[in-house]
Design a protein around this ligand. Sequence first.
Ligand code: PEP
Ligand code: MG
Length: 322
Amino acid sequence: KKKEWAKLKNEPSVTADGVQVELVANIGTPEDLESVQNNGGEGVGLYRTEFLYMGRDELPTEEEQFEAYKKVTEEMGEKPVVIRTLDIGGDKELPYLDLPKEMNPFLGFRAIRLCLEKDDMFRVQLRALLRAGAFGNLKIMFPMIATLEEFRQAKAMLDDEKQKLKDEGVEVGENIEVGIMVEIPSTAVMAPQFAKEVDFFSIGTNDLIQYTMAADRMNEQVSYLYQPYNPAILNLVKMVIDASHQEGKWTGMCGEMAGDEIAIPLLVGLGLDEFSMSATSILPARSQLSKLTKKDAEEVAKEALRLNTSEEVESLVLKRFL
Ligand code: PEP
Ligand code: MG
C-alpha cells in the first residue's frame, strides 16, 4: 500500500470519474510543513495559530506572528494556506490572559468571542496576517462564529487594520479570502445567509458534532454520542455545502471527519470541495478517491441522509465502498 500511495504524491486528487477535490493539511506550526510537502498536500486547510500563543508567558508580538505566517505562506507558494485566528479557551488555556474559571468552558468565553472583546490583542494578529498575505495565497478564517454580527464585527476590524496598514505605507495582501469555521449548529442552519457575506466555509466537525449532540468531546462517558455519521450531522454538512455553492463559494472541512475512511465517500457525495486532515492521511485519502466515483458517492450520500442511525450509515458505506 505504501508504494501505491507514494506514486500519488504529485498527482491531483480526483475520483475515478474525474471529479477533482482538494486534499490539504492541518498544521500547528511552520515546522509541520515538511510533512505536508512529503505527503503531497495541496495546501494548508487549517493552521491552528494557538501554538504561537501557548507555552510562553506573554503574547507573541506582531513581528513574531508575521514571521510565522509569512514562512508558511511563502513556503507553500501558490498553494492555499488557511490561517485560523486565535481559538483559545475551551480545552486550550492561556495562563497569562488570566481568564476566570468557567462552569462550561466549551460553551464559554473562547475563540472569536474572546478576540472581539480583547480587540487590542486580536488586531495585532490581524495586522500580522494582512502583512503575511502579501507573500502568497493566504486566507483568513474566524473560529467559533455563532452569529452574523460576530462575523461582521471581525471583518470590520480586519478591514480597519488593512486601511491603517495601507495608510502607513505597509504592504498587505490585496485579495485575501475571508471565511469562517462552521462548528456551531446555529451557523450551519444560517449558512444560506452567511454564504452571501463570507468567501468560504470550513466545517469544524470536532466541535460541530460536540455541539449538535450535546456531548463533550473530552468526556469518555458520552463518547458513544460522538457520531460523525449520524444523519443529523450529515444533513447539517449538506446544508452548509449547498448554501455555499448557491452563492458560488466553496466549503472545506477541517475536523477529524475529513480524513475518515467511512466519511470520505459521503463527503464526496455531498459535494465537499476541500478536505483538510493530518498530513499522513492525505495519500491514503487520495488513493481512496481514485477508486470511487462521484456518481456512486452521490447516490450513497442521498440514501444516508434519510437513514435513521449512525450505525445504519456506517453499514451502508462499508457495504458499498469498503
Ligand atoms: C474542529 O472543531 O473541528 C476544529 C478543526 O477545530 P479544533 O479541533 O481546533 O477545535
Ligand atoms: Mg473547533
